[in-house]
Write a protein that binds this ligand. Structure first.
Ligand code: ZN
Length: 510
């Protein structure tokens, strides 16, 4: 895609360059919402913190200036990219606005925005199913209506996906949107989920949209501006966000952190290294004038947001986004629930990842969640296909892989002597089954284990493999930590129920 060029992938997340007429935006990116009249902090401050593009409201600009703004870049003295929303949010709040779709789209085109949105009908969360259905249909009609205006422009145009909270309507909206040549798809109006920490519901809905959209195009999520949820949305393939939360929270004296939000009044310390928190104590912030305090907190919120975006990008680069999510999911119950949703869809998300290169970083294995890492799941499945023929119909000896190098473990050396007529496979609660031939390949060598943990999926995959190869006999040497013994016992139990009754299956305790 000439305007969108993803280079690095992990899970369904990616790092890409979004090319606009006033410069490149590296995604994942969050557009701070800028007030066209009284912006705090200043645009230069946004740029200093690391935001080179913002979003503002074309409808408010139109109304306050009676349609008189000629060029939005001159109006804001800003030579970087600008995105405009169209007034859809005002419809959500006030019920209707006084301009129509074509007028506002023509206006966005005329004032030279880089990314424009048609005037959609947001569904919000209070709508009945029937009202939401009407909003989806009307947004679709308006997208057609706007096409003649936007076709000959070199700007990027956004199609808003509506229908939330109804999953089938979100799916339908996404499927319909593909018929038109829009550049960016945006999932609409999830602010209500953010306010009540319903990140799991938000993820379910966003996944419905993402799975039904062309994967090569950028995916925007409207109204998301909290560092807690950003990594999870990036993992399901969200590239762009926009939010006024940095200033709305600041007016309410709320400071964002990766693990939650804190009221200034509750804080004894500022556990953050941003320039604001390095310079002031909570008491000093409380003693400031209200205007100064709001600006200081807004800056802190922007620093926290950009920091989490950088964390996510670095995790994608290193192929460690899953590990990042496991870590984040421990910070708040709502994130734990979000992680469960992601885990449910991990196989679907993996198909968005065209990454075939072997990661250079060792995979970190901390607990049962680590075993569900889609990268590991994919590796285990690939290996089972590769070794299937070699092990088919053979007498199989399963040896625990506890300490690297696995072929130098005494348990392995002894077993080879004692059972020379068996084909050996190693087993490990994180890595599943693998042959001695593969111990120097990724990730059977490139991993670091903290403590062992048991994950039922790994055993089920291993059992499924052994059932397929119809072994002549299965002998399992049980040793090592508890998770190895549980693995061995559970595996044997499944095999006994699924393999033909005459197949000898035994556990030997070392
Ligand atoms: Zn700070």
């Amino acid at each position: 895609m000439e305007y969108y060029d993803p280079r690095d992938f992990d899970l369904a997340g990616r790092i890409a360059k979004l090319k606009t007429r006033h410069g490149v935006i590296e995604t994942p990116y969050l557009f701070p919402v800028v007030d066209p009249v009284k912006q705090v902090p200043s645009l230069n401050t946004l740029l200093d913190i690391g935001f080179n593009a913002f979003i503002t409201n074309a409808y408010l600009l139109y109304r306050r200036n009676r349609g008189m703004v000629k060029n939005i870049h001159s109006y804001f003295s800003w030579n970087n990219p600008i995105m405009t929303d169209s007034g859809g949010y005002q419809i959500l709040v006030y019920g209707s606005i006084e301009v129509d779709n074509v007028t506002i789209v023509k206006y966005e085109k005329m004032i030279d925005v880089d990314i424009g949105v048609i005037l959609d009908i947001p569904t919000g969360s209070q709508m009945s199913r029937n009202e939401a259905w009407k909003a989806v249909k009307e947004t679709y009609r308006r997208a057609w209506e706007a096409l003649p205006v936007i076709m000959d422009s070199s700007q990027l145009w956004v199609y808003p996906i509506q229908g939330a909270p109804y999953r089938d309507l979100v799916m339908y909206s996404a499927i319909q949107s593909k018929r038109m040549p829009y550049h960016i798809y945006a999932f609409g109006s999830p602010t209500v989920y953010l306010e009540k920490y319903a990140y799991d519901e938000l993820l379910e809905l966003a996944i419905m949209a993402k799975l039904n959209l062309p994967p090569e195009k950028p995916f925007h999520v409207f109204g998301v501006g909290h560092p807690m949820i950003i990594p999870f949305l990036v993992a399901i393939g969200a590239d762009l966000f926009d939010s006024a939360s940095y200033i709305l929270y600041a007016r309410d004296e709320r400071l964002m952190f990766e693990g939650g939000t804190k009221k200034l009044g509750e804080l004894s310390y500022l556990p953050c290294n941003c320039p604001v928190c390095t310079r002031y104590t909570p008491q000093e912030l409380r003693e400031m004038s209200k205007t100064e305090r709001i600006e200081a907190i807004a800056k802190h919120n922007l620093y926290i947001l950009i920091r989490e975006i950088k964390n996510v990008k670095e995790a994608i680069k290193e192929g460690r986004l899953w590990e990042h999510l496991v870590y984040r999911s421990r910070m708040h119950p709502s994130l734990r629930r979000a992680f469960t949703v992601l885990n449910k869809y991990r196989h679907l998300l993996e198909k968005y990842n065209p990454n075939t290169k072997t990661p250079t970083h060792a995979v970190l294995l901390l607990d049962a969640d680590s075993a569900s890492n889609p990268r590991l799941v994919a590796t285990r499945r690939r290996l089972y296909r590769v070794i299937e023929r070699e092990f088919s119909g053979k007498r199989i000896l399963l040896v625990p892989a506890v300490n690297k190098p696995f072929t130098q473990q005494s348990i392995y050396v002894d077993a080879r002597k004692k059972y020379p007529n068996y084909k050996v496979l190693f087993y490990n609660p994180y890595l599943g089954l693998f042959s001695p031939k593969h111990i120097n390949t990724y990730p059977f060598f490139q991993h670091e284990i903290g403590t062992y943990a048991y994950n039922e999926c790994v055993v089920e995959e291993a059992a499924w493999f052994l059932i397929r190869i119809k072994p002549n006999e299965v002998l399992v040497i049980s040793a090592g930590e508890k998770s190895f013994r549980v693995f061995a016992e559970r595996l044997v139990k499944i095999l006994k129920s699924k393999l033909p009754g005459k197949t000898p299956i035994r556990i030997i305790r070392a």
